[in-house]
Design a protein around this ligand. Structure first.
Ligand SMILES: Nc1ncnc2c1ncn2[C@@H]1O[C@H](COP(=O)(O)OP(=O)(O)O)[C@@H](O)[C@H]1O
Ligand SMILES: [Mg+2]
Length: 312
């Protein structure tokens, strides 16, 4: 029987999706990518394949899962399987530099960023910033390694301390700090390649802003007592351009983070190909990204079962 196959490495994040697919009566199977065996001569099973590989896999002990996933995706794509968020999307998920290049190509403003590899180059890069800057890992999620510095000397002390976590791919990003007038960022969720909703996330308690249930449950905003994650009606520039950028990189499902500075200039700084949803925020707004995702995946599965005739 053809199914929706979900490639992932985190059961906690897979469970809500599996629940939504079950609720929609859609057959699904999780492929946990921490370990695997792939006979290259075999033909993949039928159905739809959805990759939810995460750039933070190594923080759960699954350092090789992204590479193994890339291998499996090459196999699936060679066999022309319908893959959602396939190998080009994985490339974006694994590298913020790749994300920024994609964003810039489509005319989005990205905070000034320098990628550095090696301690000496990192410190030399820090000296080129005249104001506060953030460091972050090129391959990361969940705010991993994100810290704010006022000077190169402060960064040097941090690099020498036990608190410094080196980036898993060796590439550290130094980025101009965007001072928002209020401690919020906005995360734009896209499903089936289309904008679905905007989520406001409160940044007053730090840079770890994963909206997944379990990461932020029950937390309140320090400023107005609202929940840490709230779905908002927010105008933002470039909706069609974001959709075009995602399409160009074969990304159907993503969460894109933007921040406004004190002048109202919008910067885009993170594309999450593997995105999670906050159920409390969604319940409050009466919207469900997982339901939208189930409709999308169900439709894609149906297409693989009833392919259009070639001459249509
Ligand atoms: N240039 C920046 N200026 C101000 N805040 C930032 C900047 N970059 C990141 N942040 C803050 O840090 C958080 C995590 O950074 P992000 O780039 O999204 O990394 P991750 O992929 O780990 O989520 C953001 O959601 C935002 O709150
Ligand atoms: Mg982020």
């Amino acid at each position: 029987m053809s199914k929706i196959h979900v490639l992932h490495e985190n059961d906690e994040w897979f469970a809500p999706l599996a629940g939504a697919l079950r609720a929609a009566n859609l057959p699904c199977e999780g492929w946990h990518m921490a370990e695997g065996r792939l006979d290259l001569q075999e033909t993949p099973p039928g159905g739809v394949f959805f990759s939810r590989m995460s750039a933070s896999a190594h923080t759960r002990g699954h350092t090789h899962s992204p590479d193994y996933t890339a291998a499996v995706l090459a196999w699936l794509e060679r066999h022309r399987r319908r893959v959602i968020n396939g190998s080009t999307a994985l490339r974006l998920e694994m590298s913020k530099v790749a994300q920024y290049m994609a964003l810039e190509e489509f005319g989005f403003l990205v905070p000034h960023t320098v990628a550095a590899c090696g301690r000496g180059r990192i410190l030399a890069a820090a000296k080129t910033f005249s104001g506060p800057f953030i460091i972050k890992h090129n391959r990361s999620g969940k705010g991993l390694g994100v810290r704010l510095f006022q000077s190169a000397a402060a960064l040097q002390a941090h690099l020498d301390s036990d608190e410094y976590t080196p980036p898993v791919d060796g590439i550290l990003l130094l980025q101009a700090y965007i001072q928002a007038p209020q401690p919020f960022i906005t995360r734009l969720e896209f499903v089936a390649g289309r904008f679905l909703y905007a989520l406001r996330a409160d940044t007053s308690n730090g840079f770890a802003l994963c909206p997944a249930d379990g990461c932020g449950i029950g937390e309140r905003c320090a400023l107005d007592g609202q929940a840490k994650f709230v779905i908002v009606e927010e105008a933002f520039p470039g909706r069609e351009r974001y959709e075009a950028m995602l399409k160009a990189h074969d990304v159907s499902v993503a969460g894109i983070e933007i921040i406004r500075d004190t002048r109202g200039t919008v910067y885009t700084y993170d594309i999450n190909i593997n995105t999670n949803y906050n159920s409390a925020a969604e319940a409050e707004a009466g919207i469900s990204a997982l339901s939208a995702l189930a409709v999308f995946l169900g439709g894609e599965l149906k297409k693989t079962r009833c392919p259009r005739p070639n001459n249509s």
